[in-house]
Write a protein that binds this ligand. Structure first.
Ligand SMILES: NC(=O)c1ccc[n+]([C@@H]2O[C@H](COP(=O)([O-])OP(=O)(O)OC[C@H]3O[C@@H](n4cnc5c(N)ncnc54)[C@H](O)[C@@H]3O)[C@@H](O)[C@H]2O)c1
Length: 342
């Protein structure tokens, strides 16, 4: 089977997916969609994609597709994914599933109703496969997950270090309780969070999410009875007794894209579903609440978050309540799903 795919949103992260899709011999990358015509045409030229659209509904009306990649800002994921599911298409949606828990649950409901696949871009799952396998029979006793970035980010535990939480949940299963402390001045831009998580299988974990720090780091260490395993960079090491084995990981976005296409072809099962993502989102919010951080359920724009206006595609170079180019409201932007999906 050849898979006919389209990509919605051709910004930063799409540049990690598009080279894979363009190279897979069983994929026809038939169309791109973005509100920025300039980026759209440049990307179509770069990857030799025949059709471009500035509106998702026009893309879905105009193309015969098997699947769609949604790589837009997270507050568009629900409306766009649901639209594609309702058109009978399999969907790959970048993480996080949405900007709040409620919409993430709506996405899961719609996936269930449609019977189509809604896979989420938690690509770190593909980096820790050997660790998950090492603990498949006996759960871990103790895990330490670090996600450290030298930048400021909007809602880090929802948008960035959610990867570290998701990886812990992937390996240990559903949490049972969480306690947390945090340093922050703006609740929407927490700097450091230290969380202690207890899992239903008895495993304990420490999650360190640090932003605005001196350096960048991402690591996971997992310890159990007779087995220890850790991931950093491009390799995983598993130690049983005195014997250690190391595995090279490869590019996790490429592994993720290949696996998604195999799932569309019916040759594999997704390992990061919308149901998994709802669990991760719920616990990210519980950890924030445990740390006393009350984030708004509405999205917000600003530098480092929205880089382009979702209406006209103009650059956003500083925090603006309204787009400086088209004047549309950006600050309290929120669309009820019903208003978008007819
Ligand atoms: N898995 C990862 O490791 C990882 C890393 C970075 C980003 N992401 C996720 O990828 C998603 C996109 O992030 P990004 O960094 O590429 O953002 P980005 O701002 O660079 O790109 C988003 C693109 O979506 C386009 N867009 C906006 N509104 C649109 C609309 N209505 N229809 C079509 N296109 C529209 C924008 O013009 C832009 O080109 C986010 O959910 C982000 O969290 C994941």
């Amino acid at each position: 089977m050849r898979v006919r795919a389209a990509v919605v949103g051709v910004g930063h992260m799409a540049q990690s997916h598009l080279p894979n899709l363009a190279q897979f011999e069983d994929v026809d990358l038939v169309a791109l969609c973005d509100v920025s015509e300039e980026r759209l045409h440049a990307t179509a030229r770069q990857y030799n994609v025949p059709s471009v659209y500035t509106e998702l509904t026009q893309l879905l009306d105009g193309e015969r597709l098997d699947c769609v990649f949604i790589i837009t800002p997270e507050w568009l994921h629900a409306v766009q994914s649901i639209e594609c599911l309702r058109r009978g298409l399999d969907v790959f949606c970048e993480k996080p599933p949405s900007h709040n828990v409620e919409e993430s649950k709506r996405m899961a409901e719609e996936a269930g109703i449609s019977g189509k696949m809604l896979a989420l871009g938690f690509n770190r799952r593909y980096r820790v496969t050997a660790i998950k396998e090492a603990f498949s029979e006996n759960p871990p006793q103790m895990c330490v997950a670090e996600f450290i970035r030298p930048v400021d980010e909007y809602r880090p535990l929802i948008n960035g270090s959610i990867h570290a939480l998701d990886t812990l949940i992937y390996i240990c299963g559903e949490p049972r309780s969480a306690a947390a402390v945090a340093t922050y001045s703006d609740p929407e831009k927490h700097e450091c969070i230290a969380a202690s998580i207890e899992f239903a299988n008895g495993a304990l974990a420490t999650l360190a999410s640090g932003y605005g720090t001196q350096t960048s780091a991402e690591r996971l260490s997992v310890y159990g009875h007779g087995v220890a395993a850790w991931w950093s960079g491009n390799s995983v090491t598993v130690r049983r007794g005195q014997a250690s084995e190391s595995f090279e990981i490869g590019d996790s976005v490429s592994l993720e894209d290949r696996h998604f296409i195999d799932c569309v072809k019916g040759e594999a099962e997704p390992i990061a579903t919308i149901d998994d993502a709802v669990v991760t989102m719920e616990w990210a919010h519980r950890i924030l609440a445990a740390a006393g951080i009350n984030i708004s359920q509405a999205p917000r724009t600003g530098r480092g978050y929205l880089q382009w206006c979702p209406y006209c595609g103009a650059d956003i170079v500083a925090y603006e309540e309204q787009c400086v180019s088209c004047g549309r409201e950006l600050g309290a932007w929120s669309i009820p799903i019903e208003a978008m999906v007819e």
